[in-house]
Ligand binder design. Structure first.
Ligand code: NDP
Length: 478
């Protein structure tokens, strides 16, 4: 075979990735369960580069140069297993199967182990940036063995996006499921970012009394500063859009029930297992869930709330500045939490993930791309063992400078009855980390009272139990 890479699964993502490889000078074997899609790809885009169409699995495998690099871009879950089962028997030792779908990292770990035992490299790759990214340059998060990256890395580097400093947005994340894990957390952070932006919008609308068009302008201004990011940019676009049929702001004609495909939920489920407090991501997932409970919301509409107090123009402008501070501070917290989860996953599974390099490959190509990520990269590059993003001097200073406004915004939201689960959870996390003492000491006392769960003391080593039902003397714990 002559093809340097093969792509099977030619729906939007696979087709665009195949075109991206071909446009960058690679010979690409293409295959799809339904062969009509393979033919359509070659007919429509055949002049963009060198494609080798294959109708059968055998033909596809034969088209690949060795060691073979075969990328699967089919529906995640059972279809991915079916396709692996179909191709694995046709492959030889040293060949590489790449799964670019949105697989759960635990599935990737299982598949990698099974295929490793058969001498085949299995590389789970997180691909972010949607169909546009796939075609013009995604952010790519490959897991798998270092050996497989030697053969695959140079090809992925050709199709990845370019960060502002020219670096390609791809790096070997770590063994087995590390790439899909990091992609999962990326999506969780995306949920949190979107929720925080939504809260900022809600406050500007309900408290400051701004119109969607005015808020679009506000976001455009913010996008020239430290909040410069793809999500802020598209938010301004969406808010400025007018519905053609009604002439109303587009955002006012859309049903206010947010849907989800599940990667945010995965992030929170895994965070619970790892014991990592990703409260910002969790609140974002729950906020979508609340929005979707139409009957519950309908039944609750009559509950009493505060009387809104309209702001005058000067107060509204001042409030908008405060919201920018709250948004930025909360964003720092959600990235702090997301990177904590990546570090915890890396420790749990022995991946040795380089957090600076993760931030670096999120700078372009993906949905959460933002100027801010370059500073996160710098923070982790300067200190690999940085305990938390909040321990970085610059971020600590910035959040410190924002805190008064951040508190004012959360307080105003509470007084005016505007839900801000993201801003509030972020602020509580910040204050919990800062606290000299937490009421967890009381929690321990309660646990010892009803369940003899024991506690540790501040002044002596060991574990202790108080005889709550007896004379309340203290004994040594189990
Ligand atoms: P879909 O998830 O809609 O999957 C459709 C493709 O899967 C088709 O090529 C289809 O073949 C194939 N397929 C489904 N079941 C089987 C099966 N049992 N055996 C063989 N082939 C099968 O395609 P997308 O392009 O949207 O996404 C591909 C992957 O990329 C998914 O895992 C998705 O989660 C992930 N992804 C998607 C992003 C996006 O923005 N859409 C972004 C990042 C990742 P056929 O034509 O024969 O039906």
């Amino acid at each position: 075979g002559t093809a340097q890479i093969g792509v099977t699964g030619l729906a939007v993502m696979g087709r665009n990735l195949a075109r991206n490889f071909a446009r960058n000078g690679l010979t690409v074997a293409v295959h799809n369960r339904t062969a009509a899609k393979t033919r359509a790809l070659v007919e429509e885009f055949g002049d963009e580069g060198t494609f080798v169409p294959a109708e059968s699995a055998e033909e596809f495998v034969a088209a690949l140069e060795r060691p073979r690099r075969l990328m699967i871009m089919v529906k995640a879950g059972d279809p991915t297993d079916a396709v692996i089962q179909e191709f694995a028997p046709l492959l030889e030792e040293g060949d590489v199967i790449i799964d670019g779908g949105n697989a759960h990292f635990a599935d990737t770990r299982r598949r990698e182990k099974e295929l490793r035992e058969r001498g085949i490299h299995f590389v789970g790759v997180g691909v972010s940036g949607g169909e546009e990214g796939a075609l013009h340059g995604p952010s790519i998060m490959p897991g798998g063995s270092p050996k497989s990256y030697e053969s695959l890395g140079p090809l992925l580097e050709r199709i990845a996006a370019k960060a502002p400093d020219g670096a390609r947005t791809v790096a070997h994340i770590g063994p087995d499921g590390a790439g899909h894990f990091v992609k999962m957390v990326h999506n969780g952070i995306e949920y949190a970012d979107m929720q925080l932006i939504a809260e900022a919008y809600h406050l500007l609308r309900s408290v400051a009394g701004y119109s969607p068009a005015q808020i679009a302008e506000t976001f455009r201004t913010w996008n020239t500063g430290r909040l410069d990011s793809y999500l802020i940019e598209i938010t301004a676009e969406v808010l400025a859009h007018t519905d053609e049929a009604t002439g109303k702001p587009f955002v006012d004609v859309v049903v206010d029930q947010a849907e989800q495909k599940g990667t945010g939920r995965w992030t929170v489920q895994i965070a619970l297992d790892l014991g990592v407090p990703v409260s910002g991501i969790a609140e974002a997932v729950f906020a979508r869930a609340v929005s979707g409970h139409a009957a519950l919301r309908e039944a609750s509409r009559g509950l009493p709330g505060p009387t809104a107090r309209p702001l005058d123009a000067a107060e509204a402008a001042r409030f908008a500045d405060q919201v920018e501070q709250a948004l930025y501070a909360s964003k720092i917290v959600s990235y702090t939490q997301g990177f904590h989860q990546i570090r915890a996953g890396s420790d749990e599974y022995g991946w040795d993930v380089d957090l600076g390099s993760v931030a670096a490959i999120w700078r372009a190509g993906c949905i959460i791309r933002a100027a801010f990520l370059d500073r996160i990269r710098a923070a982790f590059d300067a200190r690999h063992d940085l305990p938390s993003l909040l321990s970085d001097k610059q971020f600590a200073e910035e959040i410190g400078a924002a805190q008064d406004d951040w508190r004012a915004v959360v307080a105003t939201a509470a007084v005016q009855g505007v839900p801000t689960p993201g801003f509030s959870a972020a602020l509580s996390y910040y204050d919990a980390l800062r606290a000299e003492r937490l009421p967890a000491a009381l929690t321990q006392g309660q646990r010892d009272f009803f369940g003899a769960h024991t506690y540790r003391r501040t002044d002596r080593e060991g574990s202790f139990h108080t005889l709550w039902g007896g004379d309340r003397s203290e004994v040594s714990g189990a």
